[in-house]
Design a protein around this ligand. Structure first.
Ligand SMILES: [Zn+2]
Length: 309
C-alpha cells in the first residue's frame, strides 16, 4: 500500500524575520530530499485548507478569533519573542490543519497505508490559548480529536520525538482519558516543561526526558524501555507522530546526537507496533528540525521507512 505525502507551496508563504531558524527553506530542503526516484511511489497531494472552526477541536473560540485577526497585511506581527505572523501565515496554518485531517481521513479509510505531512508552521508548542515556540494552532492535537470525531476512533496515541517538549499538546490533552501523549525531549531545554511527574489527569501523559548529549544508542535503549512498551500497551486505533527532526546531531537548537538512521529505526519500530495494534495506521506530521541537511536526510529516512508498509 501507498504512503501519502502532502507538500505545498502554501507552507513556504509563512514568512519569518531574517535569520529565524523556522524558515521556508525547510520546505524546499524536504522537497529536494524526496525528489529522487526511490520516492516515485509516494501518493503526492497538495494541501487542503481547513475552515477556521477546525481549530476549535483544540482551542477556545476567543483564541481562534484572536489568531485569525492577528495576521498582518504586510511585515510581521509578533505574538511572542520568537513567534510572529506574516501575511501568509494564516493560509499556512489552515492548510496544515486541513492536510493533517485529510491524512487522518485517508489512513482511517484505508486508502493509504500511512501519511507524512511536510507542513509549517509547526504546532506542538501551541497551548489551549497561548501561541509560542513558532506555533499558533496545535495541529497534532486537532488531528487526534478529528480522528475521534470524524471516524469514531476512541484510543489514539501521539508520539512526539521532536527534541523539545510538546508542552502545547500536553496542555490541550491533559484531561483526556483515551488519547495517550508520549513526548521524548532534551531536558533541560525550551520550553522547560516535560518532567516525568507531569502525567495528566488520567495518567495519559508520558514524558521521557533525555539528557544533553544523548546519542542514537542511548536513544534506542530508552525508547525500547520507556516509549514502545507504553505505546503498544495503549492499543491505539491510530498512531500520530509529532515528527520533529531537531534531535539530529547537526541541529543548532539542541544538543542530542541522533543520525538520520535513528529516525528511520524509530519509524520502523513504530510501524511494527502499529501493524500489531491498528492495522499499521500512522499519520506523521512535521514539527521542528532546523539544520537543512539534518532535516532532509532524516525526513528521507523516515518517509523511506513509511513507504515499506
Ligand atoms: Zn523542536
Amino acid at each position: 500500500m501507498t504512503t501519502l505525502l502532502i507538500t505545498d507551496p502554501v507552507f513556504q508563504g509563512h514568512a519569518m524575520p531574517a535569520g529565524h531558524p523556522e524558515r521556508p527553506e525547510r520546505m524546499r530542503a524536504i522537497e529536494r530530499a524526496l525528489a529522487g526516484s526511490e520516492f516515485d511511489s509516494l501518493r503526492r497531494e497538495a494541501a487542503i485548507a481547513a475552515p477556521l472552526e477546525t481549530a476549535l477541536l483544540a482551542h477556545p473560540d476567543e483564541y481562534v478569533r484572536i489568531i485569525a485577526a492577528s495576521a498582518p497585511t504586510e511585515g510581521f506581527r509578533f505574538l511572542d519573542g520568537d513567534t510572529s505572523m506574516s501575511p501568509g501565515t494564516l493560509h499556512a496554518v489552515l492548510a496544515a490543519m486541513g492536510s493533517a485531517c485529510h491524512a487522518v481521513d485517508e489512513v482511517a479509510k484505508g486508502s493509504v497505508a500511512n501519511a507524512f505531512i511536510a507542513s509549517r508552521p509547526p504546532g506542538h508548542h501551541a497551548e489551549k490559548a497561548t501561541p509560542m515556540g513558532f506555533c499558533f494552532f496545535n495541529t497534532i492535537a486537532i488531528a487526534a480529536r478529528h480522528a475521534q470525531k470524524a471516524h469514531g476512533l476512541k484510543r489514539i496515541a501521539i508520539l512526539d520525538w521532536d527534541v523539545h517538549h510538546g508542552n502545547g499538546t500536553q496542555d490541550i490533552l491533559w484531561d483526556e482519558k483515551d488519547i495517550l501523549f508520549i513526548s521524548s525531549h532534551e531536558m533541560p531545554l525550551y520550553p522547560g516543561s516535560g518532567a516525568e511527574n507531569e502525567t495528566g489527569r488520567y495518567g495519559m501523559i508520558h514524558n521521557v526526558p533525555l539528557v544533553s548529549g544523548t546519542d542514537g544508542a542511548m536513544f534506542r535503549s530508552i525508547y525500547e524501555a520507556k516509549v514502545f512498551p507504553r505505546l503498544e500497551a495503549h492499543k491505539p486505533e491510530m498512531i500520530l507522530i509529532s515528527a520533529g527532526f531537531d534531535a539530529h546531531r547537526r541541529d543548532p537548537l539542541a544538543n542530542l546526537k541522533l543520525e538520520a538512521e535513528d529516525f528511520g529505526w524509530a519509524t520502523r519500530r513504530v510501524m511494527e507496533i502499529a501493524d500489531r495494534v491498528c492495522g499499521g495506521k500512522i499519520v506523521s506530521l512535521l514539527e521542528g528540525g532546523y539544520d537543512l541537511e539534518g532535516l532532509s536526510s532524516s525526513v528521507a529516512a523516515h518517509v523511506g521507512e513509511l513507504m515499506k508498509a
